[in-house]
Design a protein around this ligand. Structure first.
Ligand code: GUN
Length: 291
């Protein structure tokens, strides 16, 4: 069985082209503000990619950088200023925050209508209640990637491994919603699942989002299943060389085994920023009364 590689680039380009077409008829450019605290190296890469995407689409953008020692009060003051700024449609607080800062407290202070990450309790509540408004970017990117490659979800058994709010838990909710893009039968697995392989090997689609390099292999995936790898793990490179990026799936083991598999890098990661651009566009439309 030749394994189809579900590359992110064509799906991202399709999403960006659709967005460009809408932007050409928009009354104004959307505005995104990113808040970064500390010096997490992975965050620096994400933030650069967000800035590039804003520039490619002509969004107004601003980045607010704070040292790791910044107090909660200082961050809350920054968030309050961005909430009140009419030129800012979307606010994203880059995670993880340094130890000592509670993400829930900062995220909970965002204007929910500007919460383009979809992590505010009001937006998470809307998702749980089946009326999603702003949906987290990575789960949205997974769905968009599967849609691009015509992978059906309705009635299929999906195993999601990982229960983070950023990915696993919200993706499991989205997949189980009634209607288009949902209607899947979902099992959410995590570190306390006694027999992970028994759960995942029953699935038509396996989504790996637990943040453990190459942890899933052929024992976890039935032959002919579709594999979506959300993991981005940095591994030491060959002696003295640059570090390597690895997903949560042993991709080499999926060759000629899975029906289809996303690569790392170059898979789901590319979709996340495109979906952030989409969410920021939608936030602007809501604020302008265009939807
Ligand atoms: N860090 C890793 N992924 C994300 C994300 O989707 N949003 C934010 N704010 N931080 C992240």
């Amino acid at each position: 069985m030749q394994t189809l590689i579900l590359r992110g680039e064509p799906a991202r380009e399709e999403a960006m082209a659709k967005l460009r077409a809408k932007l050409s008829a928009a009354p104004r450019a959307p505005g995104l503000a990113v808040v970064v605290v500390g010096e997490d190296p992975a965050s620096a890469v994400y933030v650069r990619n967000k800035t590039k995407a804003c520039e490619a689409l002509g969004y107004r953008h601003q980045t607010h950088r704070f040292p790791a020692e910044t107090s909660e009060a200082e961050l809350l003051a920054c968030v309050a200023g961005l909430n009140a700024d009419p030129g800012v449609d979307g606010i994203l607080v880059q995670l993880p925050l340094p130890p000592g800062l509670q993400a829930e407290r900062i995220l909970g202070a965002l204007d929910p209508l500007k919460d383009v990450d979809g992590f505010h309790p009001e937006n998470l509540g809307l998702l749980v209640s089946g009326h999603p408004r702003c949906v987290p970017c990575t789960p949205r990117g997974v769905l968009r990637l599967l849609q691009h490659y015509d992978v059906p979800l309705a009635g299929r058994r999906v195993a999601v491994v990982g229960r983070s709010v950023i990915v696993g838990r919200t993706l499991a909710l989205l997949l189980s919603l009634k209607g288009k893009g949902g209607d899947a039968t979902v099992v959410m697995c995590h570190s306390a699942t006694p027999d992970l392989a028994a759960e995942t090997s029953r699935a038509d689609i396996v989504v790996a989002a637990m943040g453990r390099a190459r942890a899933l292999d052929r024992r976890h995936v039935r032959r002919g299943a579709v594999v979506v790898d959300v993991g981005i793990n940095r591994l030491p490179g060959p002696a003295g060389g640059a570090s390597l990026l690895a997903g949560d799936v042993d991709t080499a083991a999926m060759q000629d085994w899975a029906a289809a598999c996303t690569p790392v890098p170059g898979g789901v990661g590319l979709m996340t920023v495109a979906m952030l651009m989409q969410n920021t566009w939608e936030a602007m439309c809501r604020r302008e009364g265009l939807v």
